[in-house]
Design a protein around this ligand. Structure first.
Ligand SMILES: C[S@@+](CC[C@H](N)C(=O)[O-])C[C@H]1O[C@@H](n2cnc3c(N)ncnc32)[C@H](O)[C@@H]1O
Length: 421
């Protein structure tokens, strides 16, 4: 039986500690290294537990299990930091995990990509913490109030990175409701950024800007970098339709790849204004300035059938919708929505062209997504000539099942006659 951490250790006392005993059902996932403990797997806690702090977790047989973040109000009250061994979870410990995460990124990105994820939560051993870098601006986003006890150390570490001028704090909705001593969502905690300021960064040599304080996620969808590059490589001379375009990430890669024309479609007018601004920033690329870029604001589900009715066809159709299934109860509904979009998109692809379908719903598995999309292509009467599934880029490593949310299918479509062969 391992000893409990010494609460009088020099660096530990300011963090409230909460003792947590697992149910027998809760033992197994922790023993297998899973980083989450659901509320239903907590048998009991010490009396009057703090709202947040360090969880000292015990198996149902009273053996020491793990140290984790404690968040009394969360459906995941414990997120495991260290399992099966003791550690002092102080600022130095957090910094060592941040350093390890940084090492992976610095060897992956050069000057042409200054927008990337520095820390991807559980997969970097820092559960519920995301840190994204946009050039001179770093965004720290927390998904649990428990990080308030180490936040100063995290922000100091970010601010000390070479070339960093600003650090912005973001938090998930559940955290904003019960902030504790945390800053407000969108607060600039180091440096100066006036409200609404866009910060520049590059991705594969293209320049983008985003609003780190108010933009979706932390300002940009960094996770699609590799898929955007790939769309760029398919776009020479192409007519491209980018559905759920946000600030035009896929659109710009297509344009730089030599697309003749690109349509960026999104429900959000502000996002499309960002897409136009991003095109303007890259006008120095001859391919971008030669590409006819059009933005269309509206609901994809309503607008796509209109393109089919007017007989439009595209060489590349990209469909990257928001997460449809945030709970497991919504998986079937999400799959049906992916199928509807696939059918609507497939009929717009010229013979031999590409349909690129993405899903960021973590509840929808890769196999289920692929099967649903392929079935929907078949229902639309088109043949699949080639099919390839891609996943996460290097700065979004997948270290446990729950981390693998992004799936993307690159499908080259044949005509109706190809199906009969
Ligand atoms: C996952 S993001 C797309 C990210 C984008 N492909 C990129 O690479 O940056 C989803 C986008 O869908 C938009 N959206 C949500 N519902 C929509 C709808 N019904 N029709 C069109 N766009 C929608 C959101 O505004 C958001 O920009």
């Amino acid at each position: 039986v391992t000893r409990e951490p010494n609460p009088d250790a020099p660096s530990a006392p300011r963090v409230p500690q909460v003792r947590v005993w697992l149910t027998p059902e809760g033992d197994r996932p922790v023993r297998k290294g899973h980083p989450w403990v659901y509320a239903s797997n907590v048998a009991r806690t010490s009396e009057q537990p703090a709202e947040s702090g360090l969880a000292v977790v015990w198996h149902s047989d009273r053996r020491f299990a793990a140290l984790g973040l404690w968040d009394a109000r969360s459906p995941l009250p414990v997120r495991i930091l260290v399992a099966g061994e003791q550690a002092v979870i102080d600022d130095a410990w957090v910094r060592s995990r941040l350093d390890a995460a940084l090492a992976i990124r610095t060897s992956a990105f050069g000057d042409d990509t200054t927008g990337y994820r520095l820390v991807y939560g559980e997969s970097d051993g820092l559960p519920g913490l995301v840190i994204d870098r946009y050039g001179a601006t770093v965004v720290v986003k927390v998904y649990t109030v428990a990080w308030q006890h180490w936040l100063d150390a995290i922000v100091d570490w970010c601010a000390a990175l070479p070339g960093v001028a600003n650090v912005v704090f973001r938090c998930a909705r559940n955290v904003a409701q019960h902030p504790g001593t945390l800053p407000a969502d969108g607060d600039v905690v180091r440096g100066v950024l006036e409200p609404g300021t866009r910060v520049p960064f590059s991705e594969d040599g293209l320049v983008f800007q985003c609003d780190p304080c108010r933009g979706q996620k932390t300002g940009f969808f960094l996770d699609q970098r590799d898929n955007r590059r790939r769309v760029g490589a398919l776009s020479r001379g192409a007519r491209v339709l980018n559905v759920f375009a946000y600030s035009g990430g896929f659109s710009l890669h297509a344009a730089r790849g030599g697309a003749r024309s690109v349509v960026s479609l999104d429900l959000s007018r502000p996002a499309l204004a960002e897409a136009e601004a991003n095109f303007a920033l890259n006008a120095g690329h001859p391919e971008v300035s030669a590409c006819a870029h059009e933005t269309v604001a509206g609901d994809a589900f309503e607008l796509l059938p209109g393109y089919a009715r007017s007989g439009e066809v595209f060489d590349v159709v990209v469909i990257d919708p928001p997460a449809f299934a945030k709970e497991s109860a919504h998986v079937e509904r999400a799959l049906a929505a992916y199928q509807r979009l696939t059918r609507m998109g497939a009929v717009l692809v010229r013979e031999g062209g590409w349909l690129v379908m993405a899903s960021c719903s973590s509840r929808v598995g890769g196999e289920a997504f692929e099967a649903a999309v392929l079935r929907a292509v078949e229902q639309s009467g088109r043949a699949v000539l080639t099919s390839e599934r891609t996943g996460h880029p290097v700065d979004h490593p997948v270290q446990f099942e729950g981390a693998a949310y992004l799936k993307c299918l690159f499908l080259r479509l044949g005509g109706r006659s190809d199906r009969r062969r």
